[in-house]
Design a protein around this ligand. Structure first.
Ligand code: PHE
Ligand code: FE
Length: 278
């Protein structure tokens, strides 16, 4: 059965993945033979540029797990990463043709499977790409799946997503994903660091998020996050900071059903809204 592509946010272009390759669960085999020498070189150049920016900006857990992705010289084979990842935390990565709908996405996470787009950006998109590609998905997301607490959190998120779907609260929950898994900051003893994949896979935003005086940085507050809209095509104006992955795990552990109800009764906040009195 052919599955439909999916678009999130206000994108004008259709997503570019070939969804005819995907099964009913939206996964597909990594099409390794399809990568050209130029594709491998794009991956290598992205990796090298980004790796140089990590010290002092990426969290320790990310830096220590990054070598588990394998050599930077070419796009890794998903099976090779899986041999290491499965041993570390019981997670595995699965190929997908691009963004997938919410319920199949949550279902994969709930089963400790992380979907990774298999194609890589074109050379002219080297500095900026709106959609996730294999570099964003692998480099940005996979290292923290080697961390036991973060790995458990991601599975909880998948289960919570399936529950949110039944409560018509996917949009509220997606804001949590956005401001934590994609754009989260963590306060380490030696300074502020990034753990969100959207930051860690972007050279400009990695420096901006950690160092710029411009954006506001608030302690993670689940209700504040769920009220806050987000922009997908600019650096974030607001970042939320945790002090450990344990905090993230604990703050997201309570039943969200009453949280969604409370949040729905409050006005939404713009992405750049400054803190408001509760
Ligand atoms: N505790 C949330 C719920 O009850 C589920 C969840 C856990 C969501 C972790 C996100 C992250 O819905
Ligand atoms: Fe992502």
């Amino acid at each position: 059965m052919a599955v439909e592509p999916v678009v999130y946010g206000a994108s004008e272009r259709p997503p570019r993945g070939d969804y005819a390759r995907a099964g009913a669960d939206y996964t597909c085999a990594q099409d390794y033979a399809a990568y050209s020498a130029a594709d491998h070189d794009t991956y290598r150049r992205l990796y090298v540029r980004q790796a140089a920016l990590l010290p002092g900006r990426a969290c320790d857990a990310f830096i220590s797990a990054l070598p588990s992705l394998g050599a930077s010289s070419h796009i890794p084979r998903f099976e090779e990463i899986n041999e290491r990842l499965h041993k570390a935390t019981g997670w595995e990565i699965v190929g997908v043709p691009g963004l997938i709908p919410e319920v199949p996405f949550f279902t994969l996470l709930a089963n400790r499977k992380f979907p990774v787009t298999d194609w890589i950006r074109r050379p002219q998109e080297f500095d900026y790409i709106v959609e996730p590609d294999v570099f964003h998905d692998l480099f940005g997301h996979v290292p923290l799946l080697f961390n036991p607490i973060f790995a458990d959190h991601m599975q909880q998120y998948g289960q919570g997503g399936l529950k949110a779907d039944g409560l018509d609260a996917c949009e509220l929950l997606s804001r949590l994903y956005w401001y934590t898994v994609e754009f989260g900051l963590i306060q380490q003893a030696d300074g502020l660091r990034a753990y969100g994949a959207g930051i860690l896979s972007s050279p400009g935003e990695l420096q901006y998020a950690v160092e710029s005086p411009e954006p506001q940085r608030l302690p993670l507050d689940i209700e504040r996050v769920m009220r806050t809209r987000y922009k997908i095509d600019s650096f974030q104006q607001t970042y939320f900071v945790i002090d450990s992955f344990k905090t993230l795990f604990e703050k997201t552990a309570p039943d969200f059903a009453p949280v969604y109800a409370r949040v729905r009764a409050m006005p939404e906040l713009a992405a750049d809204a400054r803190p408001v009195a509760a």
